[in-house]
Design a protein around this ligand. Sequence first.
Ligand code: PMP
Length: 316
Amino acid sequence: YTQTSEFADLDWENLGFGLVQTDYMYTAKCGPDGNFDKGGMVPFGPIEMNPASGENAMRMQTGAERMCMPAPPVEQFVDAVKQTVLANKRWVPPTGKGSLYIRPLLVGSGAVLGLAPAPEYTFIIFSSPVGNYFKEGLAPINLIVEDKFHRATPGGTGGVKTIGNYASVLMAQKIAKEKGYSDVLYLDAVEKKYLEEVSSCNIFVVKGNVISTPAIKGTILPGITRKSIIDVALTKGFQVEERLVSVDELLDADEVFCTGTAVVVSPVGSITYQGKRIEYAGNQGVGAVSRQLYTSLTSLQMGQVEDPMGWTVQLN
Ligand code: PMP
């Protein structure tokens, strides 16, 4: 939605990635038959659940299947996102300020005591205007390679966008932040030698004209931004490799960057591994490749250039 008239004037410089209560959120409910009702907008407020218990649409479908949950059909998901944006249009920032972050959630509830899929579900979409995820903005972030805590194990749910995955991350992230790092880079849980991802984003390593990123094999999230950046990089003439990326490759990489809906493209200034600090792009500024990909993606997102990918949708 391109904002033209009235908008909520926020302190965009300092907004960061906090929750701002907007006007409406979307909810649709589903019982044991697995079919969601038509859903609609409700005033943004506490998420109501049954008191007895207390590209993205497709990912929700496959994720829901792994979690034994029914998912709303893709068309309903997309339509609900549009409704949510339009209902909260005064919170859509003017181009160049920030973004309206959209969070779809699927919540199981119902009177169950034992271990079993929930009998009923609510599909919720809420939105919040956000500034930068990392306070650094497009300045480099500093990561630490984690070798004690793991995010996911083979056969687990690491490849699904499910809340449970973030439970294992909280402690590692808290310790890293206390030590002054921006976030944690996880290694595979078996050989402890291959890169996985960061707590909330995917990772890319640049060496010359080759951009490498860990392959999707069930333990990392198949990021939508990861996929978009691969597509953009290919059109810019880079060679992209999805494969096992060894932690040793960090040592002689030219640049490292992270991708995610919230972090967009975040250049990495340094990575600390086993007490050794590896610096990139002189740790001064943003590497040329990271900057180029950031600019390519954000100018598409903000409608500043023609969209040859067909990723943008105009809402009126
Ligand atoms: N990995 C994890 C663990 C994440 O939480 C996210 C953020 N959704 C990503 C990667 C990036 O995914 P996407 O580009 O779809 O936001």
